[in-house]
Every structure is written in structure tokens, then in C-alpha cells.
Design a protein around this ligand. Structure first.
Ligand SMILES: [Cu+2]
Length: 189
């Protein structure tokens, strides 16, 4: 054995020390990860869910925001464009929605019977619609034209025939057609 090589018990001690260091490092990493899971889990469990809006299913058609005369596209007093719709087996009301392009549009939807949902063409407008809750999101449409809006949550035997259409109009054309206080729906073009 050459003089530069340490005796075998010495190299074993070095290996054991290195392994112990790694054990401690890995142990600390695992402990931190488990702690993160516990802290975030407790945090989410203790926070009220955000943006949950409930509605009484029994009175949806009778009074309040989702009565038939209030469905469709509205320009609110603060100039926001808001679309209100109801999903039910097996149709959307209104069947055709008209919106302006290049403008933030807020959708507000609820269901009366089963869980429904919709996606608008290839846009990112996509939500579930659950009885007892109001689904809300805001999006804007880049392209004008007509998009299909199918129900994408299986809701019963008529599910595959459940869809509406969305007409995206140039902003000027939409504004020319809109009247304050009125609800817009599609017309033949
Ligand atoms: Cu459906």
C-alpha cells in the first residue's frame, strides 16, 4: 500500500460521514415538503372558498336576475357587457348569444336541474354550470363570427343535442344595436 492512500478504516469513516450528511440533507428536504403539504392543506381548509355565489333553484325562473326577460346580453349602467343564461335539460336559454369582439364580456350562468357546462368554440370560455350556484367569468373574443357553444357535462339522454350559438359582432356593430336597459339576442344576419 502506498503512503498517500489512507488506511482502510479511515476511508470507511469518510464514507460513513458523507452518507450521514446526505441522510440529513434528504431528511430535511422530505420534512420541508411534508410541512408544506400540511401548512397549505390546513390553510386552504380554513379559508372560505372564494367567489362562490349561490342562488335558490326553486325561484330562478320566477324572480331575480335569471328571469326570462333578463336573459341575454346587457350593457350595464357601468358599461360592462354582461351575458346572463340558464342551462336546463336540454337547452340553453337564450339559444343564441350575441357579444361584441375585442371587449371584456362577463358571463353569468346558472342551471335549474342537473349539472351542465359549456365551452365556446375554440376560445377559453369554459365553465361548469351547477344548480344552486352562479358561474361567472369574464373573457373577450378576438375574432368575429359564429361559434358553437355545446354543453360539455353529461346531463342526461338529450345531452348531445344541447348546444347554443354565440355570434361575435364587430364592436361598433354591437354597440349600434345595443339599447340601454334592453337585452340583446341574435337576429338573422
Ligand atoms: Cu347539459
Amino acid at each position: 500500500m502506498s503512503a498517500t492512500m489512507p488506511p482502510s478504516h479511515e476511508s470507511e469513516a469518510i464514507a460513513v460521514a458523507a452518507e450521514r450528511r446526505w441522510t440529513i440533507v434528504v431528511g430535511v428536504i422530505i420534512a420541508v415538503l411534508v410541512l408544506m403539504m400540511i401548512v397549505t392543506g390546513l390553510h386552504w381548509a380554513s379559508m372560505p372558498p372564494s367567489r362562490v355565489e349561490t342562488i335558490d333553484v326553486k325561484t330562478v325562473h320566477v324572480r331575480g336576475e335569471f328571469v326570462e326577460s333578463n336573459l341575454g346580453t346587457a350593457i350595464e349602467a357601468d358599461d360592462r357587457v354582461v351575458v346572463r343564461l340558464v342551462a336546463q335539460q336540454y337547452s340553453f336559454e337564450p339559444q343564441c348569444i350575441v357579444v361584441p369582439a375585442e371587449t371584456p364580456v362577463t358571463f353569468r350562468a346558472t342551471a335549474t336541474d342537473a349539472i351542465h357546462g359549456f365551452i365556446i368554440g375554440r376560445t377559453n370560455a369554459n365553465t361548469m354550470v351547477v344548480p344552486g350556484f352562479v358561474a361567472t367569468f369574464t373573457t373577450s373574443f378576438r375574432r368575429t363570427g359564429e361559434q358553437l357553444m355545446p354543453c360539455h357535462e353529461y346531463c342526461g339522454t338529450g345531452h348531445e343535442a344541447m348546444w347554443a350559438r354565440v355570434q361575435v359582432l364587430p364592436r361598433d356593430e354591437f354597440l349600434a344595436r345595443a339599447r340601454p336597459g334592453e337585452r340583446l339576442r341574435c337576429v338573422a344576419r
